[in-house]
Design a protein around this ligand. Structure first.
Ligand SMILES: NC(=O)c1ccc[n+]([C@@H]2O[C@H](COP(=O)([O-])OP(=O)(O)OC[C@H]3O[C@@H](n4cnc5c(N)ncnc54)[C@H](OP(=O)(O)O)[C@@H]3O)[C@@H](O)[C@H]2O)c1
Length: 329
C-alpha cells in the first residue's frame, strides 16, 4: 500500500531549536540501532517508521554499523526510502555516523579523514540518499589529531554530503575543543549526542554546561536506559524484550536488584502524574531546555505511539522532581 502520512502529524509533536542553529528537532526522535537490521521483518520496521512520522517524529538516526550485520539498518533504510520516503525527503532530518569499527583493516575505524569520508560515501549509497542532514563523529578518537577529524567534518559539509555535523560520546573538554575547532573552520557543530537517562546522569553539570555556553544542541540517546525505565523487567526478563532477544547490549547483570529497586520507587510517581514510567522518563530528560530531543528506540509501533504521548505532560512540580531524586538515591 502506498504510504499517505497522517494529515495532523505536526499537531501532535512539539519541536525545539537545536542550539543556536536554524534547525528545529522533534522532542522525540527515532533511532535505528536495534530492530532495523536483518532480524526484524521489513513490515515491522515500516510500521515503526510510518507511525513515528505520523506523530511528527521527523528525525531518524542511523550509523554506519547499525544492523546486524553492520550496514544493514542503512541498507534497509534505503529500501524504506524507495518505498515510502522519497516524496517526503524534505520533511525528514536524517543522520548517520562513523567512528566505531565498520570494516577490517586500519581505515575502517576511529576518526581519520580517510575513514570518515569513505564511510559517509558508503552510507549515502546504502541509504539511497544524495546527502544526510547530519553526520556525526560517533566517538572521540584519542589517537587522531582533533584537527584532522574536524577538517574531515568541515570537508563533508562543504562537499554537500551532509548539511550539518555533530559529535557523539565526547566528554566535556573534548566537546569544547571540537566545537571550537569546527567554529574556527566555519562549520559549526550542530549537536552532541550523549547517553542520558534517569539511571545515567553523567552529562549533568559538565557536558550540559559546555553545550549551554556554546549554544550547541543535545540529543540524548537511550533515555529509557535500553528499556529498563519502562518497568518491563520488574518481574524478570520477558521473552520478547531486548534483554532476551539481543543480550549483546543489555546483559542480564545490568538488570540488578539495586536498579530495579529504583525503578519500583519511580513507578508510583509516574502514576500520580497520570503517565507510564516510560513517559515520565522521557519527560524527565527533556526538563532541561539544553536537551533538544530524546532519542528513543522501539521494537514495535505501539511503543512509538505510547512514547509520543509523553509530550502531553512535560512539566514537573518541584515536589515531583524531589521525589524522583529520592527514588534515584
Ligand atoms: N551515539 C551512540 O553511541 C549511541 C549508542 C546507543 C544508542 N544510540 C542511539 O539511540 C537510539 C536509542 O537507543 P535505545 O534503543 O537503547 O533507547 P531506549 O529508548 O533507551 O530503549 C529502547 C528500547 O526500549 C524498549 N521500549 C521502548 N519503548 C517502550 C515502551 N513504551 N514500552 C516498553 N518497552 C519499550 C524497546 O525494547 P524491547 O521492546 O526490545 O525490550 C526499545 O527498543 C538508538 O537507536 C541509536 O539511534 C546512539
Amino acid at each position: 500500500m502506498p504510504y499517505t502520512p497522517a494529515e495532523n502529524r505536526y499537531d501532535v509533536m512539539q519541536y525545539r531549536r537545536c542550539g543556536n542553529s536554524g534547525v528545529m528537532l522533534p522532542l522525540l526522535s527515532l533511532g535505528l540501532w536495534h530492530n532495523f537490521g536483518g532480524i526484524t521483518p521489513f513490515s515491522t520496521q515500516q510500521a515503526m517508521l510510518r507511525t513515528a512520522f505520523d506523530h511528527g517524529i521527523t528525525h531518524f538516526d542511523l550509523a554506519n554499523n547499525y544492523g546486524p550485520p553492520y550496514g544493514e539498518a542503512e541498507r534497509n533504510f534505503g529500501r524504506h526510502m524507495e518505498a515510502d520516503w522519497k516524496p517526503h525527503r524534505d520533511e525528514l532530518f536524517l543522520s548517520t555516523k562513523a567512528g566505531y569499527d565498520m570494516w577490517p583493516g586500519p581505515y575502517g575505524d576511529h576518526g581519520s579523514r580517510k575513514y570518515l569520508i569513505a564511510s559517509l560515501d558508503q552510507s549515502l549509497k546504502r541509504m539511497h540518499v544524495d546527502y544526510v542532514d547530519l553526520f556525526y563523529h560517533h566517538r572521540p578518537d584519542p589517537d587522531t589529531p582533533m584537527e584532522e577529524t574536524a577538517g574531515a567534518l568541515d570537508q563533508i559539509v562543504r562537499s554537500g554530503k551532509a548539511l550539518y555535523v555533530g559529535i557523539s560520546n565526547y566528554q566535556p573538554e573534548q566537546a569544547k575543543k571540537m566545537i571550537g575547532l569546527l567554529r574556527g573552520l566555519g562549520t559549526p557543530c550542530l549537536i552532541e549526542q550523549p547517553s542520558y537517562s534517569m539511571l545515567n546522569r553523567w552529562i549533568e553539570g559538565g557536558l550540559t554546561d559546555v553545550l549551554r555556553t556554546e549554544q550547541v544542541g543535545c540529543i540524548c540517546f537511550a533515555p529509557l536506559q535500553n528499556g529498563l525505565l519502562t518497568g518491563k523487567y520488574l518481574q524478570g526478563i520477558p521473552t520478547d524484550s531486548r534483554a532476551a532477544r539481543d543480550p549483546r547490549y543489555l546483559k542480564a547483570d545490568r538488570i540488578s536488584e539495586e536498579t530495579m529497586a529504583k525503578v519500583r520507587k519511580l513507578q508510583p510517581i509516574a502514576e500520580a502524574r497520570g503517565q507510564k514510567l516510560s513517559q515520565m522518563a522521557l519527560a524527565w530528560v527533556l526538563r532541561d531546555p539544553v536537551v533538544t530531543s530524546a532519542l528513543i528506540g522501539a521494537s514495535r509501533p505501539e511503543q512509538v505511539r505510547e512514547n509520543v504521548a509523553a509530550v502531553q505532560n512535560l512539566s514537573f512540580a518541584p515536589e515531583e522532581l524531589e521525589a524522583i531524586e529520592q527514588a534515584l538515591r
